[in-house]
Ligand binder design. Structure first.
Ligand SMILES: Nc1ccn([C@@H]2O[C@H](COP(=O)(O)OP(=O)(O)OP(=O)(O)O)[C@@H](O)[C@H]2O)c(=O)n1
Ligand SMILES: [Ca+2]
Length: 492
């Protein structure tokens, strides 16, 4: 008699079909239930009203995660044409008008249905701090004009204000460490070095930092369940444009009609106006009594002499603390890696000196030979793609940066390589704006967010494996029944 295959019984077929359908249904439910929702974004806009220029940044993050784990990233940036808003002190309405083009761009970039819920902030830094010191009512008028302009756009306007130096430094630090994913993971943090046109900031976590020594330099944060005790300081007037004024003021102290400046290339010559040079609170006290209207500014191209001029702008003798950077400002021992951005990056990138693994002496030698290059030659090489104003100043700026880092902040030839000159981190610009927005929108929680114990893919795989195992078990448990019914020995 032909033996019937027990696997082909109707019962087995029915069980198999039902089992397969059940597994498919189970896995489909698991996949669909936990599938990330269709990516929808929310947006935030921050205007960085710096001393030299204004830039607009648009950030985006997944809509369903805005309160904790979602990654905020830079979606778009727009550089406002013209100078910083503080330069419009004499005609404030123009400060507002200058923002129009970038704001219109923002209207295009942010989807219309998100406009009304998109927060819009403007933060002003050292240029407005100086204007506020110099002429309070002019600074108020600039703000009024800017507010009026920003309110005419369909976003959720959240205000325009001057950031304190501490905020500027601390938010730059938050940005760098947020983008590097160091905060969420509780890793060692990166210090932040920001060099602007009118001020410069240094911020880092130092374990040897005793807050009580200088409470005004301390900022404490609790982020993702970790406590940070941040040291931060902003030096007003030590941004590269104001330092250049101070350097020129130092050299024109006696009111000569010609100065031979070691920080500019040999053959460089221009006429400058005494009044506009001294038109800043950073130098106004030094104006010579009997100065001619103009002076002739000629280059000499001598790095060593230039460094002496720059060094003379740092007071490194007076210090009432255990340790100081310069001008009597407390600074704990430097610690960890540092990211140096904004003008640090622009200048060192132009000079091809962003590689900090190169020995500091070699960096200085390269800069010295760049400074000694005749102005004509420099123009021939770069004028086609770099603005003449920037170009003329890179020797000075490079010298200032190296002097600030070594003589000011006390980086040594050994610790210089801890610095990385950076512009962007994972597509977002390094700067204070992202940290500012994250803080104002409470997007970094103080405590570590609860996350599901398993990632989505892991969950689906485990459900699938368990379902298949159960099914096999079911089949196997039925199996002993079949041979008994079909293979019964024949009793003769
Ligand atoms: N390609 C560029 C762009 C800018 N700069 C210089 O970099 C400085 C400005 O840096 P930035 O970070 O934009 O300063 P602000 O934010 O405008 O100034 P602050 O932060 O002090 O308010 C200015 O001296 C500008 O001349 C430069 O040398 N090369
Ligand atoms: Ca800046």
């Amino acid at each position: 008699m032909k033996e019937k295959n027990p696997w082909y019984t109707p019962l087995t077929i029915i069980i198999t079909v039902i089992g397969v359908i059940a597994i498919v249904a189970l896995v489909t439910v698991a996949v669909l239930q936990n599938r990330p929702l269709l990516q929808k974004y929310k947006y935030g806009i921050v205007l960085d009203a710096g001393s030299s220029h204004t830039a607009l940044y648009i950030y985006q993050w997944p809509a369903e995660k805005d309160n904790n784990t979602g990654r905020v990233e830079q979606k778009h940036s727009c550089k406002v044409t013209g100078k910083g808003i503080s330069s419009y002190a004499a005609q404030p309405e123009k400060a507002g008008m200058s923002l129009t083009e970038c704001m219109q761009e923002a209207e295009m970039v942010v989807p219309a249905k998100r406009h009304s819920e998109t927060p819009l902030y403007l933060g002003a830094t050292a240029g407005m701090r100086l204007l506020n010191i110099e002429n309070r009512s002019a600074s108020d008028q600039v703000f009024q004009a800017v507010e009026k302009a920003l309110q005419s756009f369909p976003f959720s306007y959240q205000g325009a204000r001057i950031l304190s130096g501490q905020e500027e430094g601390a938010f730059g630090w938050v940005t760098v460490n947020y983008l590097d994913d160091r905060l969420k993971q509780g890793l060692e943090t990166t210090g932040a070095l920001d060099l602007g046109g009118a001020s410069t900031q240094i911020s880092f976590v130092s374990h040897d930092y005793d807050i009580s020594e200088s409470p005004s330099n301390s900022m404490t944060f609790r982020l993702y369940g970790n406590d940070y005790n941040l040291y931060t300081h902003s030096f007003l007037c030590y941004g590269k444009d104001q330092v250049l004024r101070m350097a020129l003021a130092k050299q024109t102290q006696l009111g000569p009609s010609t100065i031979l400046d070691p920080c500019f290339h040999p053959g460089y010559t221009t006429t400058r106006n005494y009044s506009s040079l001294y038109d800043s609170p950073c130098v106004s006290g030094r104006r010579p009594r009997e100065a001619p209207t103009n002076f002739s500014h000629k280059g000499e191209g001598n790095f060593t002499k230039c460094q002496e001029v720059v060094k003379s702008l740092f007071n490194t003798t007076a210090c009432k603390y255990s340790k100081c950077s310069f001008n009597g400002v407390f600074q704990p021992p430097l610690q960890g890696p540092f990211g140096a951005f904004s003008a640090y990056y622009y200048v060192m990138n132009f000079l091809n000196l962003t590689d900090t693994s190169i020995h500091l002496e070699t960096v200085k030698n390269n800069l010295a030979s760049y400074c000694a290059t005749p102005w004509n030659q420099i123009k021939q090489m770069h004028l086609s793609n770099v603005k003449e104003k920037y170009l003329a100043e890179y020797c000075f700026s490079g010298t200032y940066i190296l002097t600030l880092l070594t003589e000011g902040y006390n980086f040594t030839k050994e610790t210089y390589s801890n610095i990385k000159f950076i512009k962007k981190i994972k597509g977002s610009d390094a700067g204070w704006t992202l940290g500012y927005m994250l803080n104002l929108t409470n997007m970094i929680p103080a405590e570590a967010p609860d996350s599901p114990p398993l990632p989505h893919a892991g969950y689906v795989s485990i459900v699938t494996v368990i379902a298949v195992l159960l099914f096999i078990l079911l089949i196997l448990s039925l199996r002993p029944v079949w041979p008994r019914c079909s293979k019964q020995p024949q009793i003769v």
